[in-house]
Design a binder for this molecule. Structure first.
Ligand code: 13P
Length: 285
């Protein structure tokens, strides 16, 4: 039970047919919520921390220190993952700060540049035993593309193969998924996922997990997805709980801690729901 390179968790998940959820966290309460719930369920889990979330917490070393301190009293298998780093320097900073995984997101660049930068991140990260996630195709926002994402830049299997050759440990695929609340039920492109999974032998990653129906997530897991990112649903649970409390009480009398506790309680329901969808409860040693 401990902090792992993310790859260790994903290889095990892929071999056994489940996925490990990565929950975006931006503060102490979110980290407590995710790690405590994972420990209760004996489920492996990933703390996904975006550079913006790191900055909010006071920088990458602070984020790592909070995560490690919270996990210390718990029996939990987890990884600390940098979500969407768009420069090599950002990834290096996270690696040096103790993250056990980094995502280098060069998906907005031409494939040659994306591959060159990904290879550089792999060279450095692997020297530290740190996992690397890459991305091809652009996983945008739900409000940019609409529910059916007709104009999205989907993952091209040739480019997926090209990026996998850089030595990345897992690959984020754009197959009709997007970040944020979907405005209608998404329809993942399983034809594309099947082709990518046939040609790329590393675990695949599904971003934009909030709101993807259970049957589609589980079908994606059968086609090589071993990690699913969930951000919006957890953030919303925290904000909604705080807003409801403010609406129902005299704000002047509300202790700040009551807002945090309400968020943790509401967030734990979201964590349980996505753990169930990912079929990862009870999988920790
Ligand atoms: P959602 O916010 O749509 O759940 O996506 C999170 C994500 O993919 C973070 O990288």
């Amino acid at each position: 039970m401990s902090l792992h390179p993310m790859k260790t968790l994903l290889v095990e998940a892929r071999a056994k047919g489940y996925a490990v959820p990565a929950f975006n966290c931006a503060n102490l309460e979110m980290i407590q919520c995710v790690l405590r719930t994972a420990a209760e369920l004996r489920a492996p889990v990933i703390l996904g921390i975006h550079p913006v979330e790191m900055d909010y917490m006071g920088g990458a070393p602070v984020a790592v220190a909070i995560a490690r301190a919270v996990a210390e009293g718990l029996d939990v298998d987890y990884a600390i993952h940098q979500d969407h780093g768009d420069t090599v320097e950002t990834c290096i900073r996270s690696i040096r700060s103790g993250f056990t995984s980094v995502m280098y997101d060069g998906s907005h660049l031409p494939i040659e540049e994306n591959a060159a930068n990904s290879a550089e991140v792999v060279r450095i990260a692997h020297a530290y035993g740190v996992t690397v996630e890459g991305e091809v195709g652009t996983i945008g926002m739900t409000d940019e593309f609409g529910a059916r994402l007709e104009n999205a830049h989907l993952c091209d299997p040739d480019m997926a193969e090209r990026l996998a050759a850089t030595g990345i440990d897992c690959l984020a695929v754009a197959i009709g998924n997007a970040h944020g609340f979907y405005t209608a039920t998404p329809e993942l492109r399983f034809d594309l996922l099947e082709e990518i999974n046939r040609r790329v032998k590393i675990p695949l990653v599904l971003h934009g997990g909030t709101g993807i129906p259970r049957d589609q997530v589980q079908q994606a897991i059968r086609m090589g997805v071993a990690k699913m990112n969930v951000g919006t649903a957890l953030r919303y649970a925290f904000v909604r709980a705080a807003a409801d409390l403010c609406a129902s009480e005299v704000v002047r009398d509300l202790p700040l801690m009551a807002l945090g506790r309400a968020g943790i309680r509401a967030g734990a329901e979201v964590v349980r729901e996505y753990m169930d969808i990912c079929m990862c409860a009870g999988r920790s040693g």
